[in-house]
Design a protein around this ligand. Structure first.
Ligand SMILES: [Zn+2]
Ligand SMILES: [Zn+2]
Length: 432
């Protein structure tokens, strides 16, 4: 005898009384199957197996038998047979190879049910679950159903009423930081609008002097027995009480301040310590600083999502900072000591004589602080040599004089060659 029905959403019961009882349900994409052998009344064995069922679910392989055969639900027996033969011919492992073995199996399974008038009628009434275990479908009664439920699910009534406590929600806020704040870390005050405990009722949800009363519907147990009529008989299952939502008590005199919610929305400021080296889009978590829980439930967490603002001068590259320094041509040729403004105050940069555009001067330890580690990256200053654009007569004369002295009045064009990389040098050696 088959019984099938839903126990709490995803759990499906399927039993074959003559040989054994199957209960299978899917929890977090893992399919659990309990087998409850009933060889003789007193000799019972139980074995449990589970398998990951996510692939089948994700790919949607668990299809309707009619879909598998590509026929409509009102197709005639002849149409079903025709569709099956056509599919079986193309999907047969001898023709399509082992790749299509699964599909071939599914087509056979579908035809096994839809090709048989009686099985098809049962399938139409109850869906596929009635045919998944195989075995003989007829046998004894239902007296063991409640017994099985209590064996596997602890029995609804003995579980007792549910707690009213609920965890508060997590709160996500956006946190704008300047690059300067990221370099050394900082402390920020964040204004929040979160749920906090109601002062009037101290989170109890009831008016002062009153307390929740026992639910008259379930008499405080929080659950009710529901009898479902399936095509083969009655199935008794335990469901949460609809009047008290399974809690067992009802608040008849709710707190006015919070409308019986136990919490109210309020503005609150939180100090957040931002560590050096945080990156754009990272989230900083403050445990327990989100919405407050309901009736003793834990508080939610606060997540601050970091958004680093663009700096007009400095750019971040890993834990290093980069910037560009423009120097006059004469300083590049003669050398100079220049002061620049960094996140660490004024720093002196030593420009050696003959510095060219593109040269990089590294200031060690002036970069971004390493996240969760000691030390900082470097500041890399890339030099840009500025060529004078407007020359007066005297300046022009001097530069012409310089060109003459360096023998550069008629400069010879010299196309730059690529510099050989280490790899190219090695390759050149080996190919010789
Ligand atoms: Zn209140
Ligand atoms: Zn109730």
């Amino acid at each position: 005898m088959y019984v099938y029905g839903n126990i709490e959403d995803e759990r499906k019961v399927l039993m074959c009384q003559e040989y054994c009882v199957y209960i299978s349900f899917t929890y977090r994409l893992v399919k659990f199957t309990f087998r409850y052998h009933k060889v003789q009344k007193k000799k019972r064995k139980m074995c449990v197996s589970y398998e990951k069922d996510n692939k089948r679910q994700k790919k949607g392989i668990v299809q309707d038998y009619y879909e598998i055969l590509g026929v409509s639900r009102d197709a005639s027996a002849a149409d079903i047979k025709k569709a099956y033969r056509k599919l079986a011919r193309t999907l047969h492992p001898d023709v399509a190879g082992a790749d299509k073995a699964e599909e071939f199996k599914a087509v056979n399974e579908a035809y096994d049910v839809l090709g048989d008038e009686e099985k098809r009628r049962m399938y139409d009434m109850g869906g596929r679950s009635a045919f998944q275990s195989g075995g003989s479908p007829f046998g004894g009664g239902f007296e063991d159903v409640a017994d099985i439920f209590s064996t596997f699910f602890g029995g609804g009534s003995s579980r007792g009423p549910a707690s009213r406590a609920r965890k508060g929600q997590d709160v996500l806020v956006s946190l704008e930081l300047t690059l300067n704040e990221v370099v050394t870390g900082c402390e920020k005050e964040i204004p929040l609008s979160v749920m906090v405990q109601c002062d009037a009722c101290h989170g109890t949800c009831t008016k002062e002097g009153s307390s929740p009363v026992t639910c008259t519907n379930c008499h405080g147990t929080g659950s009710m027995q529901r009898v479902t009529n399936s095509i083969l008989g009655q199935l008794v299952s335990t469901v949460p009480c609809s009047q008290c939502s399974g809690v067992g008590t009802v608040i008849t005199d709710p707190c006015v301040e919070c409308s019986g919610k136990g919490r109210v929305r309020a503005a609150r400021n939180v100090m957040l310590k931002v560590p050096a080296g945080v990156e754009h889009n990272m989230r900083i978590r403050l445990e327990g600083q989100g919405d407050c829980g309901v009736e003793g439930g834990a508080n939610g967490d606060l997540f601050a999502e970091v958004h680093v603002l663009r700096d007009p001068v400095f750019q971040r590259s890993g834990d290093d900072l980069t910037c560009e320094l423009t120097i006059p041509m004469t300083a590049a040729a003669l050398g100079a000591k220049l002061t620049v403004d960094t996140f660490d105050g004024e720093q002196t940069i030593d420009i050696s004589a003959g510095t060219a555009s593109g040269d990089v001067i590294t200031l060690e330890g002036l970069g971004v602080g390493h996240l969760n580690a000691q030390g900082r990256g470097d500041l890399r200053v890339s030099i840009h040599v500025e060529t004078p654009q407007k020359l007066d007569a005297k300046q022009r004369e001097l530069i012409e004089e310089l060109a003459r002295l360096r023998g550069e009045e008629l400069p010879v064009a010299q196309l730059a060659r690529h510099r050989e990389t280490l790899f190219e040098k090695l390759r050149g050696k080996f190919n010789r």
